[in-house]
Ligand binder design. Structure first.
Ligand code: DP6
Length: 358
């Protein structure tokens, strides 16, 4: 979709809002050739979500000026970043998040040849930092909203995926697309992009998310990528991964949850086995994480086809078909230690929004 610039003098503020989704990986990105350029050591496959989203509004405060002129913004000093609280108030963002987000917004402006300064506000529909990919949805929404506010296209293609990936969040490269998405890994490719392998309407899978902790995770995914190769199981995982990827692609193509489910659950356990055996180890799980895994197994014993996956945090994503979603959600909600249950489903990818946050 091409977003036209507003018909206005170049100095007039331009504003755009984008809603972009998180995704849940069935085959996980864990370990990087290079974290600066964000090149993964293994291909990953994910499903884009519909309701776990980040909503971001970007306003261009000053139009582009000539390099070195009064409106030359080569630093982010003049940029503003606001978080929207649950009460709908704007709160100034601080710390690492602010630094990373503004550095990326600046990079996108630079790549588009703009020196405009920006006002940005953002809001997540889900708890931040607890293993639901908030950087994936956040950096996708930010990249696309900056582009749209500058009158650039937000059409989902390889270049857009690369630009989002350069934020530093590899999983964000996949959130540019709806449906089922693969992010290949080729050591020779210095700027890898994700690709859609099937659209959302191919297979309406559900993701019932058991939230057992909603605070910030203790060890970032970035640190997890750094430590991963120190696990004695990491090299073996990479050797075996080709088979798993083929299996997962085939199961998605044929809409076979009986094939995909066991594989995605093994994959999640393997990621955490590697995290726990890294040096120093990373323990993302809480006791309730194990109880939810046990709950999924009990549901399967009762004939409900549901399988679990867990990203870099303690929360558990239960993947099932729409007919079983209500049973899974109500059963899991009864497990002690489950704070809340989010019911999500496969989604179609980022969208422009008419609703501005300021
Ligand atoms: C476990 O480096 O993409 O979610 O930027 O924090 O979202 P964030 O993490 P990123 O690593 C993602 C790790 C993962 C697996 C995955 O989504 O593939």
């Amino acid at each position: 979709m091409r977003v036209e610039r507003e018909v206005a003098p170049p100095s007039a503020p331009r504003k755009a809002s984008v809603v972009a989704p998180a995704n849940i990986a069935f085959v996980k990105y864990w370990g990087a050739h290079d974290l600066e350029t964000v090149r993964p050591m293994n291909p990953s496959i994910s499903m884009t979500l519909a309701r776990s989203v980040t909503h971001t509004t970007v306003e261009v405060l000053e139009s582009d000026g000539p390099p070195g002129g009064p409106s030359d913004r080569s630093s982010d000093e003049a940029d503003e970043l606001w978080l929207v609280t649950d009460a709908g108030e704007l709160q100034a963002s601080e710390g690492v998040f602010r630094r990373r987000a503004l550095a990326h917004a600046r990079r996108v402006c630079r790549e588009l040849g703009s020196r405009a300064s920006l006002r940005i506000a953002t809001r997540n529909s889900f708890p931040t930092g607890a293993g639901i990919a908030s950087s994936a949805s956040g950096f996708t929404a930010l990249t696309l909203a900056v582009r749209a506010a500058l009158g650039e296209s937000i059409e989902a293609d390889a270049d857009l995926s690369r630009q989002v990936r350069r934020s530093g969040s590899g999983s964000a490269a996949r959130s540019v697309f709806g449906g089922f998405v693969e992010w290949p890994s080729d050591p020779a490719d210095s700027d890898p992009a994700a690709v859609q392998i099937a659209p959302a309407d191919h297979w309406p899978l559900c993701d019932v998310i058991a939230v057992v902790a909603s605070d910030e995770k203790s060890v970032s995914s970035r640190e997890g990528h750094v430590r991963a190769p120190s696990s004695p199981h990491f090299a073996r995982r990479l050797e075996l991964l080709d088979g798993r990827l083929k299996y997962a692609r085939h199961a998605i193509a044929d809409r076979r949850l009986d094939l995909l489910g066991p594989e995605l659950e093994k994959e999640a356990i393997e990621l955490h086995l590697i995290a726990m055996s890294s040096d120093p180890p990373i323990y993302y799980w809480l006791p309730a994480t194990l109880d939810v895994l046990e709950g999924a197994r009990a549901l399967r014993d009762r004939g409900v086809p549901v399988w679990a996956t867990i990203d870099a945090g303690p929360n558990v994503h239960l993947i099932c078909e729409p007919d079983d979603e209500a049973t899974v959600a109500t059963t899991i909600a009864e497990i002690s230690g489950v704070e809340s249950v989010l019911r999500d489903t496969i989604g179609g990818g980022p969208q422009l929004s008419e609703e501005h946050l300021f």
